[in-house]
Design a protein around this ligand. Structure first.
Ligand code: ATP
Length: 350
């Protein structure tokens, strides 16, 4: 019977010099699942990953990898005994070793190691490049060498820390697609750290959003996007702006009109609606409800920032053919085809 390659983290705490940087972190990653851990710089993503790898000891908490306890109160298994593969931002491949020697690094010697190296190079699409030196490869190819090296010793889990941040935007998009397919093909259980929400939504079967050392929400990318549980999660995912509203018998009243949405709050309650740029329509109008603050050309679309008459700033995506100069008076309205997330303070109320 194969090993159940799941990861269980329970109540992880980690501090540095009295400053708590990981606080009460709980999550499970099922066998073969990719968890994307995302959040702003300094929120504790890398530290969480390093406690799983065994490079940091926990203050409190418990970690199991493939049903084996690897860290508990005051006790921890050293990294080399955890059967964890790691891929870092800077590839960490050895410049003085060939591609094949890099991949074979953790494999020992012998015919089996040579065969495994060849198999891994073929698997990541680098067959025939084993004798090449790393500097002769592109950034994307080097990242594939790092992945092949991490996967070669058959780790029970793979930890990836911002692995694409050295690559330019176009290459990053291509390589992350390749890496996701490769991870799915091996059936690897993986935890993927990134500060880039788009990358997290793309790569994760589940996404955990971290803020100031805590995990605010773990869900599938779709649920996270459509049903954020906190204002922070809503603001972090999907270019969100917030519009004040008042609950009434007809729905939620706002400067942009009434949103026909039922909400279980008393009439007169003040809320905020999370708006994504595709939730708003926009048209030039002499007596509108806002004016254009900026326009960003994104190729297939323009992203407009609009200051409403009450000072709230919202965003709207419009076709690249709609060219409205900064300062234009506009009428902004809801493009309502799904319920919008609604918040009282930090808390979601729908
Ligand atoms: P980034 O995306 O910028 O890498 P992150 O979310 O991965 O950020 P961490 O690297 O985990 O964040 O850092 C969390 C906090 O812990 C930061 O304030 C950082 O300065 C601090 N920290 C991390 N490692 C150490 C250390 N070895 N000694 C002291 N403080 C540390």
């Amino acid at each position: 019977m194969g090993v159940d390659k799941k990861v269980v983290c329970q109540g992880l705490y980690k501090s540095f010099a009295g400053k708590m940087v990981v606080r009460n972190v709980h999550f499970q990653v099922a066998a073969g699942e990719i968890l994307a851990l995302v959040g702003p710089s300094g929120c504790g993503k890398t530290t969480t990953l390093r406690t799983i790898a065994g490079f940091e000891t926990l203050d409190r908490g418990r970690i199991e990898i493939a049903s084996q306890l690897v860290a508990d109160e005051g006790w921890h298994l050293p990294p080399e005994k955890r059967r964890v593969g790691m891929v870092f931002q800077d590839y960490a491949i050895f410049p003085h070793l060939t591609v094949a020697q890099n991949v074979a690094f953790g494999l020992g010697r012998g015919a089996a190691a040579i065969q495994r190296t060849q198999d891994m190079l073929a698997f990541v699409g680098l067959a025939g490049l084993g004798e090449t030196m790393p500097h002769e490869l592109s950034g994307g190819q080097q990242q594939r060498v790092a992945l092949a090296r991490a996967l070669a010793p058959e780790p029970v889990i793979l930890l990836l820390d911002e692995p694409f941040s050295n690559l330019d935007y176009t290459l990053r998009k291509q390589v992350r697609g390749e890496v996701r397919s490769l991870l799915k093909e091996t059936g690897a259980t993986a935890i993927f750290v990134t500060h880039d929400q788009e990358e997290a939504l793309f790569i994760g079967d589940k996404v955990a959003v971290m803020n100031e050392g805590c995990i605010e929400q773990i869900d599938t990318p779709e649920i996270l996007f459509h049903q954020p549980k906190s204002r922070f999660v809503a603001s972090f995912v999907g270019e969100t702006s917030f519009l004040p509203g008042t609950v009434s018998s007809r729905g939620i009243e706002t400067l942009l009109g009434i949103l026909p949405q039922t909400i279980l709050l008393r009439e007169g309650s003040q809320v905020e609606l999370a708006l994504r740029p595709d939730d708003l329509a926009l048209a030039a109008a002499a007596h509108g409800n806002g004016h254009i603050l900026s326009r960003q050309f994104m190729g297939i679309a323009h992203l407009y920032r609009i200051a409403l008459t009450d000072g709230v700033v919202v965003q709207s995506w419009q076709p690249h053919t709609l060219n409205l100069p900064v300062g234009t008076s506009v009428l902004v309205s809801f493009q309502y085809d799904h319920p919008l997330s609604c918040f009282v303070g930090e808390r979601a109320v729908n």
